[in-house]
Design a protein around this ligand. Sequence first.
Ligand code: SF4
Ligand code: MG
Length: 334
Amino acid sequence: REKLVEVKNIKKYFPIKGGFLKRTVAHVKAVDDITFDVYKGETLGIVGESGSGKSTLGRMILRLLDSTEGEIRFDGQEITNISQRKMRNLRKEMQTIFQDPYASLNPRMSVGEIIEEPMVVQKLMSKNEREKRVINLLETVGLNESARNKYPHEFSGGQRQRIGIARALSTRPKLIIGDEPVSALDVSVQSQVLNLMEDLQDEYGLTYIFIAHDLSVVKHISDRVAVMYLGKLAEIAPKESIYKKPLHPYTQALISAVPTTNVEEEKERVVLEGDLPSPSNPPSGCPFHTRCPEAHERCKIERPQLTNMGGGHYVACHLYTEPEPKIAENAEQD
Ligand code: SF4
Ligand code: MG
């Protein structure tokens, strides 16, 4: 399969200044050495609690935020260090849909202007052609042509998110990153917007990165799901695999919290103890060891690496990795 996005060992460390001289005294490791690919035409769901680094990761892929280290490729091109000027040409190929359809649409602009804006910024087409495209896009997202001359406040949350989607589509992007695009909407409206996004994906061959804070929202729409914890990838796998057989204890806890209607699927609820530790002072070894019901001595010392379990299923957990050879030798001597 062809890759649209390749993320290699990407890191984002935010400095914490302190003391009289305002020197950097520590770093918040918002994203700490993450590697994954996104294939053309798929939807990758990225799930994590707030503070897991999922939004930071999305913003680095869009180059709205520079990364501290690592490499990001978009459609085969290295974009980590290219200038903002060169990036401007690529902007039209990647768009975003924001969480809050109330805050993300400029209240002083008409809906027509809002949808047209990315095309104006990109200097795409003539004024006439852009207006035709706006009407076309409104229809595409299920809104009436008359919406063009109205203002955002005249629309419901779900309708506003449709406007946000039309705007994202305006430049004919290859990639759309949705940062919790349905979290602010009622559950009944959520599924309508998700269905629309799926239809548009098939129609335009779009690739989605769909960021969410829980696994239930991305269950329907994702082809693969990545789970983040404290700036690191805990697990990444095809959807069927991760929901049926989650391997990481953190994913298992998240999955057990997803409500189920199927009685036979009734599962034991795993409740996580304790709060998410601070990303400025993450636990040693496995970042999850302070809350993990399976934690053992090794987990406190050694950071587990993402390990290929076959079938595209990767997990970072010592339950699935061999101990370091040194430890194995010692064990033999016993
Ligand atoms: Fe739990 Fe250890 Fe696996 Fe981390 S490495 S998830 S602490 S068992
Ligand atoms: Mg799909």
